[in-house]
Design a protein around this ligand. Structure first.
Ligand code: ADP
Ligand code: MG
Length: 362
């Protein structure tokens, strides 16, 4: 159904995709996983020409997208894309968000478009919200409307770029449930995701992307239970099971620490290490400057027995561990004393601090 031939993409000097040749068959559900910056979004965007490939070609049912005789808008209509942010029209109701495309682009009658839209809102569990405006919906509901809106255009394939990563954890599952439902109905889908359990249970095939290529691919069992290549193994064994977002200074420290403790218990992390991470989290939060979009993640690698705490924050570049003001000195010393390594980088407008916890036993 979709085929890429030596697909490549450069941004100036930066080579993001290198000669990717692959195909996706009707009815397949492909999860695309891999570290951030691997080119997953770029790959997806090249599939529907939101990004123009530098080289190679993309074929939809053997029709080349990069050919001056091809009717690209028409081919593109066969692919729906769901983004991280929901991009709904805020001045239109949920129902109107679903009918505008079919009426304007597919030239459907209003009655026909509305009938189909109501059916789709029902499919995503939001029949009751037909007349609500996006502002009146939760993040999870908005994303479900966005999925229904894609479906309203009768696509043959749906592309998802991290559809749940902008959501609060409590809303992730309702969106994943809708995607799962579509997969049961035989929809062809390519889903870039960090939700490993979901990738494992829902997809027919998994692409692990790294170094600008599909570095390893296989069935979910192969990729998750028996990865063959070194980088895939490292990525898979780095279990990401805990993530928490903070959006204001009024965060609930006790709730966060409680959840971290539960996570550590579940994975049988040594008690002392668990204690350290809870303590460090408190210090880290005290040192933050920007609380508008803070993320805390824990990675536990069973294989290596290491726990990693990754803190991301918005705002200007600021490595808090290098803060030299006196009032912060003690906090920084406490953090450093409990970590075996600390790495800082600034990426996509975010400060990312990765701390590896010391195991006192070693
Ligand atoms: P992923 O989705 O796997 O995190 P992306 O496809 O977003 O990765 O990005 C891959 C690389 O390409 C990154 O280094 C990113 O900074 C770069 N990149 C993506 N889009 C652009 C762009 N429009 N201009 C320049 N560089 C870009
Ligand atoms: Mg991306």
């Amino acid at each position: 159904m979709i085929r890429t031939m030596n697909l490549s993409k450069h941004f100036g000097e930066l080579v993001v995709l290198k000669d990717i040749t692959t195909q996706i068959t009707k009815g397949e559900v492909i999860s695309v996983i891999g570290p951030s910056g691997a080119g997953k979004s770029t790959f997806l965007r090249c599939l529907n020409l939101l990004e123009t490939p530098t080289g190679g070609n993309v074929f939809i049912d053997d029709i080349p997208l990069l050919d001056k005789h091809t009717d690209v808008p028409k081919l593109r209509q066969r692919m729906g894309m769901v983004f991280q942010g929901f991009n709904l029209y805020s001045h239109l109701t949920a129902l109107e968000n679903l009918t505008i495309g079919p009426i304007k682009l597919l030239k459907k009658s209003r009655a026909e478009a509305e009938e189909k839209a109501r059916g789709l809102l029902k499919l995503v569990g939001l029949a009751e919200k037909a007349d609500s405006y996006p502002d009146e919906l939760s993040g999870g509901q908005k994303q479900r409307v966005a999925i229904a809106r894609c479906m309203a255009m009768d696509p043959e394939i749906l592309l998802f770029d991290e559809p749940t990563s902008a959501l609060d954890p409590t809303m992730v599952s309702e969106v994943l449930a809708v995607i799962r439902r579509l997969s049961r109905e035989g929809m062809t889908m390519v889903i870039v995701t960090h939700e490993m359990e979901f990738a494992r249970n829902t997809s027919t095939r998994v692409f692990y992307m790294d170094e600008g290529v599909i570095y390893e691919e296989g069935s979910p069992d192969q990729i998750f239970d028996n990865p063959q290549r070194e980088k895939t193994k490292t990525f898979i064994h780095r279990i990401r099971s805990f993530e928490r977002r903070i959006r204001s200074r009024d965060y609930d420290l006790y709730a966060i620490q409680g959840e971290m403790e539960a996570f550590c218990e579940k994975h049988m992390v040594a008690r002392k290490v668990a204690g350290y991470v809870i303590h460090i989290t408190e210090e880290l939060l005290l040192l933050q400057k920007d609380f508008s979009n803070l993320s805390l993640e824990l990675f536990w690698s069973e294989k290596e027995g290491t726990l990693e705490l990754v803190c991301g924050s918005a705002g200007a570049g600021y490595n808090l561990l290098e803060d030299e003001s006196e009032e912060n000195a003690l906090g920084i010393m406490l953090i450093k004393g409990r970590c075996s390594s600390a790495e800082y980088r600034y990426e996509d407008g975010r400060n990312i601090l990765s701390l590896r916890l010391k195991d006192p036993a070693t």
